[in-house]
Design a protein around this ligand. Structure first.
Ligand SMILES: NC(=O)c1ccc[n+]([C@@H]2O[C@H](COP(=O)([O-])OP(=O)(O)OC[C@H]3O[C@@H](n4cnc5c(N)ncnc54)[C@H](O)[C@@H]3O)[C@@H](O)[C@H]2O)c1
Ligand SMILES: [Zn+2]
Length: 358
């Protein structure tokens, strides 16, 4: 059992990573809750996987949403808060998120605003949620105008990570989460890079002890970064490696054709190419990243997925929102990335054309 502390002082919380960590959790949640009602939020798939049984064991209300990004909406935020009120949740109550990043984002936002804030516990069920979205305290829902526009910082009281839950995850979702894992190694941990490269087949085949070690390492990396920089004034930006272009590509493709991880993988390849071009990334570092992405079958380009100008416009939209030029996160070596690089527009356009061209 690995226990990772996130944050400092009173707001610090523990991420527990252990195979089987979700077993027996219901009874413990019930004990922790005392007399206050508990509400479990899950989507249809994660309710059947764990959420319904957990709610029953915890004596909690189960609030179900449909699978998919559409459930991270303002309408679902209202529906969940209304359900919380109807179930009699009070200031001492706990909201338990059982699911991927969608459920975590919705449940975190509910826990941030219902009665000006109640306890939140994350039980992540996707690889992305285990290593990324359940740690760091960012919670949000979407508006028609854009993703994550309404939300709050809502650090959980605890995160329970049970890697065995990944056994039922569809392969494409697993690979999507693995992109964040590969990212972690490139920005922060050369030893992890070596182990990911050597063990790629075993990890893709879900060798659970190995996968548990990798999940633990990635949780610790994210925990370290967000502990040192909770409000994203500096170091935390390195977690966005591969995401500048990745988010632009997702937006330009209407979040429909590529998973987040697939877009991030292309974004990592683009960032490395840009890094080499502007003299920040040594060529052999780009080659080693290529080798890693290839080992996991992650495409480094997305020919024809979107128009170059559409992706650049989507990246620029972000830039306008911040009122400056888009700062890029670039690799300096395997295991080290630095934020805040200004990149000339023609270099970005060239890399985008490479990624999207036939
Ligand atoms: N808060 C943050 O810091 C942060 C960081 C990264 C991403 N996110 C958000 O996370 C969201 C994406 O999350 P996601 O990739 O986990 O997607 P998701 O929550 O939509 O889950 C993907 C699909 O897998 C299913 N599923 C979940 N666990 C399963 C399991 N164990 N077995 C079988 N099926 C399972 C779900 O029902 C869903 O259909 C996005 O909205 C993104 O904005 C937030
Ligand atoms: Zn991501």
């Amino acid at each position: 059992v690995a226990e990772i502390l996130v944050g400092a002082g009173e707001a610090a919380y523990r991420v527990v990573v252990a195979r089987g960590a979700s077993r027996g959790l219901g009874a413990r949640l019930r004990e922790d809750a005392g007399a206050s009602p508990v509400m479990v939020i899950a989507d249809d798939t994660t309710a059947a996987l764990l959420g319904a049984a957990l709610a029953e064991a915890a004596g909690a209300t189960l609030h179900r949403v449909a699978d998919g990004e559409a459930s991270k909406s303002f309408a679902e935020l209202e529906r969940a808060c209304t359900a919380a009120a109807a179930a009699g949740l009070d200031r001492g109550s706990t909201i338990v998120a059982v699911g991927g990043g969608v459920v975590g984002g919705l449940a975190g936002t509910v826990a941030a605003v219902y009665m000006r804030g109640v306890r939140l516990v994350h039980v992540p069920t996707t690889l992305l949620a285990m290593v990324d979205s359940s740690i760091g305290g960012k919670a949000a829902v979407n508006l028609p105008q854009g993703k994550n526009l309404v939300g709050a910082f809502k650090p959980p009281a605890a995160v329970h990570v049970d890697p065995d839950l990944l056994l039922s995850l569809p392969p494409r979702q697993l690979r999507s989460g693995l992109a964040e894992v590969l990212k972690c190694s490139m920005i922060a941990d050369e030893q992890l890079y070596g182990s990911l490269l050597a063990n790629h087949q075993k990890l893709l085949d879900l060798e659970m002890d190995l996968l548990t070690d990798v999940v633990t390492t990635c949780c610790a990396i994210k925990a370290g970064v967000v502990t040192r920089d909770e409000r994203e004034t500096g170091e935390r930006a390195i977690l966005n490696y591969g995401h500048t272009f990745g988010h632009g590509l997702e937006a330009a493709t209407g979040y429909a054709t590529l998973t987040h991880g697939e877009a991030v993988a292309v974004g990592m390849a683009v960032a490395a190419r840009i890094g080499v071009e502007v003299g920040v990334t040594p060529a052999d570092v780009e080659a080693r990243q290529d080798e890693l992405l290839d080992a996991y079958g992650m495409a480094r380009r997305a020919p024809g997925a979107a128009g170059v100008e559409d992706v650049l416009a989507a990246i620029g939209h972000d830039k306008k929102a911040r009122g400056g030029s888009t700062p890029w996160v670039l690799l300096e070596s395997v295991g080290r990335a630095t934020p805040g690089h200004d990149v000339p527009g023609d270099v970005v356009r060239g890399a985008a054309a490479w990624a999207l061209g036939a």
